[in-house]
Design a protein around this ligand. Structure first.
Ligand code: F0G
Length: 458
C-alpha cells in the first residue's frame, strides 16, 4: 500500500511534552483511571476524538482576522450562508455553536411526546436529545454493520426493509422525521451508499416522512462513495455532496468534524413552517440568527473549512491515513473493525483481551494500557459507556461490542505518528495476558464514562 504522504507542509508547530512510563502510571492512577480526567499536556498522541481537534489552514487563520463582530448582519454570516447553501442546498441555515445545539433545536421544534425517530445509528447526543424531548430513538443499521470483522463497502447503510416494516407497524404519523448519520460514527465510522440514501428517501417520501442527515462527516462519506460506488468515480466530491443532500429535507451539522474548525455547527432545512419556530428558539437559547452561538470570525473559519474539506487530495490523504493505521494494526495481529472507517480505527477489545469478561471493562483496560505504555489517549466504546441496569428485570445489560476507538484529528498528526501508534500497540500485544480489568468505585447516573472513578483489579 502507498504511504499516505501529507498534502500540506507544517508552518507552526506545537511541541509535545514527553513523559516516562512511571509518570504516566502515577498520573492515570491519581485520576481514577479515567482518561477524560487527564491533563491534555500529559498526552503524546491524543486520539480521544476527531471533534474540534482539527488544525486550521493558513487561509482559515487569515479568515479569523477578518471577523466582523457586528451583532446583526455580519459579513461573515453571508459568506457562511453562501458556502453552506452551495454545498448543502437547504433554504434555511441556522448557525449553532456545535452539533448538539442543532439537534436540540430540531427536536424541540418537531418532536411530540411519544414520537419515534429512526436512524441508521444515533450518535449518543442525538439519542439523548430525542429522548430529552420525550421521543424514542431507534436504530436500523444493516446486519453487516454489527459484525466487526465482516468486510462490506457500506456498512453504515440503513436496513430499508426494517425501516419500512417499522413505519407500517407504528404508523407514519408518529414519525416526524427519519435520519441518516453519515458516516455512521457509532457503528465504526462506516459510510452510507448513495443507493441506500435514495432507497431510504423513496420509502420516506411514500409515507410523507422528511429525511434528515446527521452530516458531521459528510465529506468523508462522499469520498467513500466516489471510491466504492459504481457510477461515481468520475464525479467530483462536491457534485456527490450536492446530489446526496438533494435527497434530504435538512441536516444537523457539527462543523467540529468535517468543517475543519474547533467550534461551530448549523441546522439546515427547507420547511417554512419550522423556520420561524427554530429561529425564535435560537434567539432564546443560543443567539441572533446571523451568529448563532459563535463569533463572526468562527463563521468565516467554518465557511473556508467547508470548501477545504472537499479538496480531493486532502480527502484521499485523510482516508488513506486511517486505512494505513488500520492496516499496520491488522498486520500486527490486532483485531480491528473492518474495513476501517473515515475518522477512526476501532480495536475489538473483547477479542484482544479474551481473559477479561465484560463486567471488568476490557475496553477500558486497553485504554489504560495504551496511555500507560505509550502516552496515547483513546476512548472506550463498550460497557463503561453503555452497560446499564435494565429497569424492568434489574439485570445488567451489556453492549454487543467492546471497542476502543482511536479517532484521528484532521491535519494534526503525521503518518509517522500513526506508525508510532501502531508499533507501540504491538509491544502491548506481547504482554496482553498480563493486562488487568477494572471496577467502578464512583459513578454518575447519566453518561457515567465521562466522570467515573475506577480501580484496577489486582
Ligand atoms: N453526531 C455525530 C455523528 C457525532 O459524532 C457527534 C459528535 C455529534 C453528532 C455531536 O456534535 O459534539 O458538535 O455537539 N461526536 C464527537 C465524537 C463528540 O467524539 O465522536 P457536537
Amino acid at each position: 500500500m502507498e504511504f499516505p504522504a501529507e498534502p500540506f507542509k507544517i508552518k507552526v508547530v506545537e511541541p509535545l511534552k514527553m513523559s516516562t512510563r512511571k509518570e504516566r502510571a502515577e498520573l492515570i492512577s491519581s485520576v481514577g483511571f479515567n482518561v477524560f480526567n487527564l491533563p491534555a499536556d500529559s498526552i503524546l498522541i491524543d486520539l480521544l476524538t476527531d471533534s474540534g481537534t482539527s488544525a486550521m489552514s493558513d487561509s482559515q487563520w487569515a479568515g479569523l482576522a477578518q471577523g466582523d463582530e457586528s451583532y446583526a448582519g455580519s459579513r461573515n454570516y453571508y459568506n457562511f450562508e453562501k458556502t453552506v447553501r452551495e454545498i448543502f442546498g437547504y433554504r434555511y441555515i441556522i448557525p449553532t455553536h456545535q452539533g448538539r445545539m442543532a439537534e436540540n433545536l430540531l427536536f424541540s421544534v418537531i418532536l411530540k411526546e411519544g414520537d419515534l425517530i429512526p436512524n441508521n445509528t444515533h450518535f449518543d447526543t442525538t439519542r439523548a436529545n430525542v429522548e430529552h424531548k420525550g421521543g424514542r430513538a431507534v436504530d436500523f443499521v444493516i446486519e453487516e454493520g454489527l459484525n466487526p470483522s465482516l468486510e462490506h463497502p457500506f456498512k453504515g447503510n440503513m436496513d430499508t426493509q426494517k425501516l419500512e416494516a417499522f413505519i407500517e407497524e407504528q404508523g407514519p404519523e408518529r414519525i416526524p422525521l427519519a435520519m441518516l448519520t453519515i458516516t455512521n460514527n457509532s457503528a465504526g465510522g462506516q459510510p452510507v451508499s448513495m443507493e441506500n440514501i435514495r432507497e431510504t428517501r423513496s420509502i420516506c417520501q411514500r409515507y410523507g416522512i422528511p429525511l434528515f442527515f446527521d452530516a458531521c462527516r459528510f465529506a468523508e462519506n462522499c469520498f467513500f462513495i466516489k471510491e466504492r460506488e459504481s457510477g461515481y468515480a468520475d464525479k467530483s466530491v462536491v457534485e456527490i455532496a450536492r446530489e446526496l443532500f438533494s435527497y434530504g429535507d435538512g441536516c444537523t451539522m457539527s462543523a467540529k468534524k468535517d468543517g475543519l474548525v474547533n467550534i461551530g455547527g448549523f441546522l439546515g432545512f427547507n420547511s417554512d413552517e419550522w423556520a420561524q419556530k427554530a429561529t425564535n428558539l435560537l434567539i432564546l437559547i443560543e443567539g441572533f440568527p446571523t451568529y448563532g452561538g459563535l463569533a463572526g470570525r468562527d463563521l468565516e473559519a467554518m465557511s473556508i473549512g467547508f470548501r477545504e474539506v472537499l479538496n480531493e487530495d486532502y480527502l484521499r490523504f485523510r482516508i488513506s491515513q486511517i486505512r494505513y493505521l488500520g492496516d499496520e494494526l491488522d498486520q500486527a495481529g490486532i483485531p480491528i473493525v473492518k474495513p476501517t472507517g473515515g475518522h477512526a480505527v476501532y480495536i475489538n477489545a473483547k477479542e484482544f483481551l479474551p481473559h477479561i469478561p465484560q463486567h471488568p471493562f476490557p475496553g477500558q483496560a486497553l485504554v489504560v494500557a495504551r496511555y500507560r505504555e505509550a502516552g496515547i489517549r483513546a476512548v472506550e466504546i463498550g460497557s463503561l459507556m453503555f452497560a446499564h441496569r435494565d429497569p424492568e428485570t434489574g439485570e445488567m445489560a451489556y453492549p454487543e461490542l467492546e471497542l476502543v476507538r482511536l479517532a484521528v484529528p484532521r491535519r494534526v498528526y503525521t503518518s509517522m505518528h500513526m506508525k508510532y501508534v501502531a508499533e507501540s500497540m504491538a509491544a502491548i500485544c506481547e504482554n496482553r495476558d498480563k493486562i488487568k480489568g477494572f471496577r467502578i468505585v464512583q459513578e454518575s447516573p447519566y453518561l457515567r464514562h465521562f466522570t467515573a472513578q475506577l480501580e484496577e483489579i489486582v
